[in-house]
Design a protein around this ligand. Structure first.
Ligand code: NAP
Length: 315
């Protein structure tokens, strides 16, 4: 397959990984059982990486691994259970991962939940920032030492969204306990947190072999929209209509995964740790996503709240 000259909206994950040899590398993809996660796993495994596919449901993850094998994907895919909305699960997963695997060389923080009703994680975090930010933050902190121990180049890729543009971080009320809940506001806040996390990571890891990036994957028709359509007759009717009419302006999951793959493997990005990407190109995010004072404050507050949650877990 000939690689595209210039990455674009149309580039697929397989095109983005073309010419990259990841033999001997280990990649970890959260939410690898669905949507763009599947295509991310596929591209990484195709280029020779051993891939740890994490999934809330092992059954769903195994189904995807078997389907990719049946399609002829040669790389090894191992499925491990991980629920990012449960700190005990993050801890259990991290312990098992570190006992059995090294690195990873590529950590793809892909899993996410969007615009759900007001609900809370097992540790009492608002579901969207709890899953999309706190869960990934805790996981990264657990895996960073073994990534550093590799002593070879490694990358952390945080899948954010253009929805960060409608988000604002409220450090005093990250979990909507004192303000009216907005499902899109909470999604925007969590996706803004994703970019600030990647930028702070990149800053803290300056001078090391580990680089961090964030990105918007495009607009893709995946199960992510399940809370948008709703569960009733109206939601089902809208979904059916969309299925019939189609969405020509939407990316396919294979196109949606291309920017994650570019962030994970492109040599052009090596000296640009911390950047935000869109359609595999560096893009300036919203001003709030470049506020490094807020990035540092959010980091401190996340650490503080996670430490409190850990204390509760062990008491
Ligand atoms: N689709 C788009 O248009 C779009 C646009 C911008 C950004 N994004 C971002 O792209 C990423 C992937 O989304 P997608 O479109 O591929 O959606 P998707 O098909 O719904 O995939 C989301 C993945 O996250 C997993 N997940 C949700 N809650 C989790 C939890 N508590 N613990 C562990 N995993 C959890 C899901 O697991 P289950 O299968 O068990 O639910 C699924 O594997 C997300 O971060 C999303 O915010 C997507």
């Amino acid at each position: 397959m000939a690689p595209p000259k210039q990455p674009s909206w149309y580039t697929t994950a397989l095109e983005a990984v073309h010419g990259t040899n990841l033999t001997g590398k280990t990649s970890l993809v959260t939410g690898g059982n669905s949507g763009i996660g599947v295509e991310t796993v596929k591209a990484l495994a195709t280029s020779g990486s051993r891939v740890v596919l994490t999934s809330r449901s092992v059954e769903a993850g195994v189904k995807v691994a078997e389907q990719l094998k049946a399609e002829g994907v040669k790389g090894q895919i191992k499925v491990m259970q991980l629920d990012l909305a449960d700190l005990a699960s993050v801890n259990k997963f991290s312990k098992a991962y570190k006992a059995e695997e090294c690195g990873p060389d590529l950590l793809i923080l892909n899993a996410g939940v969007m615009a759900c009703p007001q609900t809370y994680t097992k540790d009492g975090f608002e579901m969207q920032i709890g899953t999309n930010h706190f869960g990934h933050f805790a996981l990264t902190k657990e895996l960073l030492p073994s990534m550093k121990a590799l002593g070879t180049p490694a990358r952390i890729v945080v899948v954010s969204s253009m929805a960060h543009e409608m988000g604002a971080i409220d450090l005093q009320d990250l979990h909507y306990r004192h303000r009216a809940y907005s499902s899109w506001g909470a999604y925007g806040q969590s996706k803004l947190a994703n970019i600030l996390f990647a930028k702070q990571l990149a800053k803290d890891l300056e001078g090391t072999n580990i680089k961090a990036y964030s990105l918007h994957p495009g607009i893709i028709n995946t199960p992510l929209t399940k809370h948008v359509y709703g569960g009733g007759y109206l939601g089902a009717a809208v979904k059916t209509a969309v299925g019939i009419i189609g969405y020509p302006w939407l990316k396919s999951p294979a196109q949606g995964a291309a920017t994650s793959i570019t962030a994970a493997v492109s040599p052009d990005l090596e000296s640009h740790s911390g950047v935000y990407l869109h359609d595999s190109q560096i893009k300036k995010p919203a001003r709030a996503a470049e506020d490094m004072d807020m990035a540092a404050e959010l980091w401190k507050e996340t650490e503080r709240q996670l430490a409190d949650a850990e204390k509760k877990l062990s008491s």
